[in-house]
Design a protein around this ligand. Structure first.
Ligand SMILES: [Ca+2]
Length: 377
């Protein structure tokens, strides 16, 4: 979502003046012109028409609100951007009914880990009711292309993070947090964690148990829940950033639950908590995902590979070319050094290993039927 979607001229920029649509635009002005452009098959044209509609008072506003029914998430987001600061009851209600949104701050830090920027952002999510008052929030992750792995210049990196390679990830939904103990218990009927608390992430789960959780959750909801692939995980963690952490060149214990005696880069040491924390205790990334760095390692679906030679480039899980059932974990945990909590950091364990170190949990993904036009959102 670019800032300039509020500018009517984006429409010209997107089409580069080479398309026949601008001629139509010139011919058909006023509200009828806006209506006709809102019916265009081209997402960018519909988005540009939304900003134009703002000029036409109540009638234009009605058109904008109607666009909340648009099949494209990108168009819905554009509607949200246009209306999010308006307080009329009618608008608030319609926004909430048609596009569930949560707002949050996205922060970055300087080389010493001090906050140097903070902006408001928002993301779309849907709540999955698990029963007993327990809800799982699934956040929309727009599709995109990114460089997976770490550059050779990144301090503390491992060869397993090589070679850096381009991966295109289709849109999907990811859990806002790692699976909590309340969520695990309501689905599985047990809780293997060492640190006890409803809002704490579940830990001491093997890959096999995490996959069984997904199977039972799918049965319960009728949707196909699964673990994230490694590519999806790293893409979702980076959220458009290329630095070791989504906060920037480093992080601190004000932002991530990790082993504070071993900070990264020029960051100071801090408070070592020695345990897991309630999920969502720290600031999320630009996609609205919490606790990707630190807290608990998160099982991914992929088998372990020594490095990325031959890795898939379409965001799918890498299942081939190894016979051992060893699966990947990402993101580091409360008792690991900051270097292991980097976006590119990888670790693996045997799938059946019932872990007893209280530092391995997981996050779930679900792919919903979304129009292919969203894949480039
Ligand atoms: Ca994590």
């Amino acid at each position: 979502m670019s800032e300039n979607q509020n500018e009517p001229r984006e429409y010209d920029a997107v089409l580069g003046g080479q398309n026949s649509i601008p001629i139509n635009a010139a011919v058909l002005g006023g509200l009828p012109g806006v209506k006709s452009r809102l019916a265009s098959p081209i997402v960018e044209v519909r988005i540009a028409a939304l900003s134009e509609a703002l000029k036409y008072g109540e009638a234009g506003l009605d058109l904008i609100i109607q666009a909340l029914h648009d099949e494209s998430m990108q168009v819905k987001f554009a509607v949200y951007s246009l209306l999010k600061d308006r307080n009329e009851k009618k608008i608030r209600r319609r926004l909430q009914n048609y596009l569930a949104i949560f707002e949050f701050d996205v922060i970055t830090v300087d080389a010493e880990g001090k906050e140097n920027s903070r902006i408001k952002s928002f993301a779309h999510y849907f709540p999955e009711d698990l029963g007993n008052g327990v809800v799982l929030e699934m956040v929309y992750i727009p599709g995109g292309t990114f460089m997976m792995g770490s550059p050779a210049t990144e301090s503390g990196r491992s060869e397993t993070e090589s070679p850096q390679h381009q991966v295109t990830v289709p849109a999907f939904y990811a859990g806002k947090y790692p699976i909590t103990q309340a969520q695990y218990e309501v689905v599985m009927g047990n809780n293997p964690s060492e640190f006890m608390g409803e809002k704490l992430p579940v830990e001491n789960v093997s890959w096999n148990e995490a996959v069984e959780f997904c199977r039972q959750l799918s049965e319960k909801t009728g949707k196909i829940y699964r673990l994230l692939s490694e590519a999806e995980w790293e893409y979702a963690c980076r959220a458009g950033t290329t630095t070791p952490f989504y906060f920037g060149e480093t992080t601190t214990t004000d932002l991530v639950n990790y082993h504070a005696y071993h900070p990264y880069g020029a960051a100071p040491g801090g408070l070592y908590r020695g345990k897991t924390m309630d999920v969502g205790s720290f600031e999320p990334n630009a996609f609205g995902l919490y606790d990707m760095h630190g807290e608990v390692w998160e099982w991914c679906s992929d088998k372990r590979h020594h490095n990325y030679d031959g890795a898939p480039t379409n965001g799918s899980s890498w299942e081939s070319e190894t016979t051992y059932d060893i699966r990947v974990l990402r993101g580091g945990s409360w008792n690991y050094y900051a270097v292991h909590c980097r976006a590119a950091s990888r670790k693996s364990y045997s799938a059946g290993f019932a872990l007893s170190y209280s530092n391995c949990g997981f996050r779930v993904a679900v792919a919903l039927a979304v129009p292919s036009s969203l894949s480039s959102l």
